[in-house]
Write a protein that binds this ligand. Structure first.
Ligand SMILES: Cc1cc2nc3c(=O)[nH]c(=O)nc-3n(C[C@H](O)[C@H](O)[C@H](O)COP(=O)(O)O)c2cc1C
Length: 507
């Protein structure tokens, strides 16, 4: 049964932080912390397997003076399912399975934004020579990063030059100097579509604005696969149940949330002659990735911010025991997207879809009720034939509906006894498009400039019971022997005697 949502319009990042604080979801760090490696190390160590707190760094070295423009960094807000549920307007103990079901439709709602005259994000306006992005405590998150990453969870706003529709996406950006931030964007992302359209029109730069410290619903959709041509502001409005309030930028023709903590306005340099070096960065894969190379760079034309602004950032990269915001949110939306792809392709019998948060949808788990043989292959073909599979779903495991895909041991048991590689249960789909950040891919094949994409050999593990086998009269016509689990009647009879047998209360 799907739980009912009561949308919450938090209003701004501060009200969201207040709600999290009240719910005991924030860890304040009041001791002085160095922006250089130490802050990132603490953030990673606090993360946990989707169990860590959101973290507010209140005392950052070099940024804790009376005249410091920005003194705080806030991270980890969406790195737990409890907080994602709160953002969606659900009880905080909602099971991730329910979040996936909701994720299937949550991007389809629309409440268009309203434009207001002004807002708190205009309390300070910096232009010209006064612009200095080093005024903000951008962490050197990881020792092996190429530089200080100011943009880790900012909503990058661009506009389609033909339709005028805005896109808000989360893309990483590294400080080059006081007014230049090269970013990582792929042509297949919607910002990439916009860049191509501006380029086709003869432009050498693209207006861009980066809004940091905004309503959690906008952060969530900024990193989610909202379909092309649909504006993330409309979708965020629908999640929070009220329109986003937007204001005009000072130097570019774009709209940003009126209550954003910090807004960076600029022109994205798309002529390769003006590219600036960016990367590497500790990426969502949990490995250093995105080789150091010249990339499109934002030439900053204005910065506006609230009084005492809070810099929103995040530590990227999930590893066993420490999952990032990106991978926790992705585990829901990549599962929900795959489920929708299966439905649209007409694959019957899908009962659950899940991606473990440690790998953000590189491995996909599908639970189905089979009604004919080789249904798992139909599912894999549908997923891999979809553009949603570009940087996801390298490995697909399909199980029957008696296997809980949120229980790794259950999946492992199915793989152990329902997979026979000699019976076509393991299928390799070689040389498909794939993720350029995956270190298991040869370096040459990770080069998006040469090939436009990475290169993946995809694998289906069909861990369902093989309906190609003959029904066995010894098993009452079933293809598989019965499991050793006692019958419900035998269990009920024993349970009735449990306490009498001195076994205590049965949990
Ligand atoms: C914290 C975070 C960081 C991200 N960093 C990048 C990035 O540096 N480059 C990129 O192309 N996508 C990045 N993504 C993924 C994109 O935001 C995501 O694919 C999103 O759907 C892109 O927006 P679009 O749908 O408008 O193309 C990041 C996502 C999150 C949540």
């Amino acid at each position: 049964m799907t739980v009912e949502r009561k949308p919450v319009a938090y209003g701004d990042a501060r009200a969201w932080i207040g709600a999290l604080r009240k719910a005991g979801e924030i860890q304040d760090v009041d001791g002085e912390v160095d922006w250089n490696i130490e802050l990132g190390t603490i953030a990673r160590m606090l993360q946990g397997p989707a169990t860590g707190p959101a973290v507010m760094f209140n005392n950052i070295k070099d940024y804790n003076k009376n005249d410091s423009r920005c003194t705080k960094v806030f991270t980890g807000a969406l790195s737990s399912y409890r907080r994602i549920a709160m953002m969606m307007g659900l009880p905080s103990d909602t099971h991730p399975r329910e979040l996936v079901k909701l994720g299937r439709t949550i991007l389809t709602g629309s409440i268009p934004p309203v434009v207001v005259d002004t807002g708190p994000c205009k309390e300070n306006i910096i232009t010209g020579n006064d612009i200095n992005v080093f005024d903000f405590p951008a962490p050197y998150w990881n020792r092996l990063d190429g530089g200080r990453y100011l943009m880790t969870y900012g909503g990058c706003v661009t506009k389609d030059p033909e339709t005028g529709i805005m896109n808000v996406g989360v893309y990483r950006g590294m400080i080059h100097d006081k007014n230049h931030i090269p970013i990582l964007m792929w042509r297949a992302q919607h910002i990439g579509h916009h860049v191509t359209a501006w380029q086709n029109g003869g432009a050498s730069e693209v207006p861009i604005a980066v809004a940091m410290g905004v309503e959690p619903a906008l952060e969530f959709v900024g990193g989610a696969p909202v379909p092309k041509g649909i504006c993330e502001y409309d979708v965020a409005g629908s999640i929070r149940g009220a329109p986003m309030e937007l204001v005009k930028c000072e130097t570019v023709d774009l709209l940003v949330p009126a209550t954003a903590e910090i807004v960076i306005e600029g022109m994205l340099q798309i002529d390769p002659a003006n590219y600036l070096p960016e990367g590497p960065f500790a990426e969502f894969t949990g490995y250093l990735a995105g080789d150091p190379a010249p990339k499109p760079a934002i030439r900053v034309t204005a910065i506006t911010h609230r009084n005492n602004p809070i810099l929103r950032g995040t530590i990227e990269g999930a590893m066993p025991g420490s999952y990032s915001e990106n991978t926790v949110t992705s585990s829901i939306m990549r599962a929900a997207t795959a489920w929708n792809v299966l439905d649209r392709a007409g694959v019957p019998g899908i009962t659950d879809v899940w991606c473990q948060p440690v790998q953000a949808g590189i491995n996909l788990l599908i639970q189905m009720k089979q009604s004919y043989r080789n249904q798992a292959k139909q599912a894999a073909n549908a997923i891999w034939g979809s553009s949603a599979a570009h940087v996801r779903y390298k490995h697909i495991t399909v199980v029957d509906d008696d296997i809980d895909i949120h229980d790794y041991a259950a999946v492992d048991w199915a793989i152990a006894y329902r997979v026979n590689a000699g019976e076509n249960d393991v299928i390799i789909m070689p040389s498909t498009f794939g993720l350029g950040l995956d270190p298991s891919v040869r370096k040459r094949d990770r080069n998006p400039t040469l090939f436009g994409t990475g290169k993946w050999n995809r694998v289906l593990i069909d861990a369902t019971m093989n309906l190609d086998y003959d029904p066995d009269p010894d098993f009452g016509g079933a293809r598989y022997p019965p499991t050793v689990r006692p019958t419900p009647e035998d269990e009920t009879a024993v349970l009735a005697r449990w306490e009498e047998l001195g076994l205590g209360k049965r949990k």
